[in-house]
Every structure is written in C-alpha cells, then in structure tokens.
Design a binder for this molecule. Structure first.
Ligand code: MG
Length: 178
C-alpha cells in the first residue's frame, strides 16, 4: 500500500477539521454556486466542489482554517483569557480580525475573490447563516468559521471566474496591438 503524501495528509486534516465544526465541502460549494450562477448559467455543483477543493489545497488557506477553527474551539472551551474570550464568544462586530484572517484566503484569487467575499459577508448565504445564528442554551463560537467558509466560497468563485473567463475579445485586442 502506498503511503499517503504530505499534501493528502494536510488536505484530509482540513476536511476533517471543517467536518468537526459541521461544514462539508458541498456546503461551501453551494455558496460558490449561488455566487457564480448569475454569470455562468450552466455551472454545476460538481464544478464548484472541484474548485472549492482546489482552494483547500493551498497552504495559506489551510493555515487560515487551522488558526481560525482553533481559536473558535478554545473560546468555546473557555480557554482564552479576557478580553479575547468575550470578543470571540460575543462575536463582537468591531473585533474584525475574523474577516482579516479570511481575507488571506480570498487574496489568493485577486479582486473577484475580494468582491465576492464582501457580498457573501453581507448576505450570509447558505450555511453561513446557520453558523452565524445563536442557539439558546448552546455554547458555541463560530466567529472565525463563518468568515473562513465565506472566504473559501468566494475564492472558489474567483477560481471559476478565472477558469471560464471569455478571453476572446481581449485576446483579439492583444493580437491587434503592435
Ligand atoms: Mg465572523
């Protein structure tokens, strides 16, 4: 039996960390689908899944996911000191570092990823709404996770946009220039 590659080990760990917090690759891909459907009518969920996976392979994305989920879990377990503990448990709106961490994911795919991230963050699409909502009597902290999911979905949308861009007119313009 061949040994698992370093890349596969890292990828599998990210997937299991996300799962442990209730997030599947398909949940993220559904947000990407919603983002891209208005531009690419025939885009399938399978294509979105493929691009979400492509995003999750990147080291800086994995590091952001590890870091954010770890802080959410430590906050839930009451292991953070104040004031960080309260800032995270209350999902304090002016904390802002959750969005900043997620931007490191989005940056990988340039401005399309960035604008999509802002959109997702405002509308709380798909599973983000569930992650963001409080449940009575449940101690739970998804302060980082909702932004990480939004960042991954937005980055995947950027990846798709780059992949399926209609470059014919631009290519012609390049060819026409002397
Ligand atoms: Mg947040």
């Amino acid at each position: 039996m061949s040994e698992k590659s370093y890349e596969a080990i890292k990828y599998d760990l990210i997937i299991s960390r996300l799962k442990s917090r209730g997030v599947e690759v398909e949940d993220i891909a559904k947000i990407t689908l919603e983002l891209q459907q208005q531009y690419l009518k025939d885009i399938s969920l399978e294509t979105c899944v493929e691009h979400v996976k492509r995003v999750l392979i990147k080291r800086e994305v994995q590091n952001a996911v590890f870091t954010g989920i770890e802080l959410d879990v430590l906050a839930e377990e009451g292991k953070l000191s104040e004031p960080l503990s309260t800032l995270l448990m209350e999902d304090y709106g002016l904390y802002g570092i959750d969005e900043i961490l997620a931007l490191s994911i989005v940056n990988v795919y340039g401005s399309i990823g960035l604008t999509n991230f802002g959109y997702v963050d405002k509308l709380k699409l798909g599973i983000i709404k569930d992650l963001d909502s409080k449940q009575d009597g449940v101690v739970r902290c998804n302060t980082f996770l909702d932004d990480l999911v939004g960042g991954i979905a937005a980055a995947a949308a950027g990846s798709i946009a780059h992949r399926f861009a209609d470059t014919s007119k631009v290519l012609a313009a390049y060819k026409a220039s002397k």
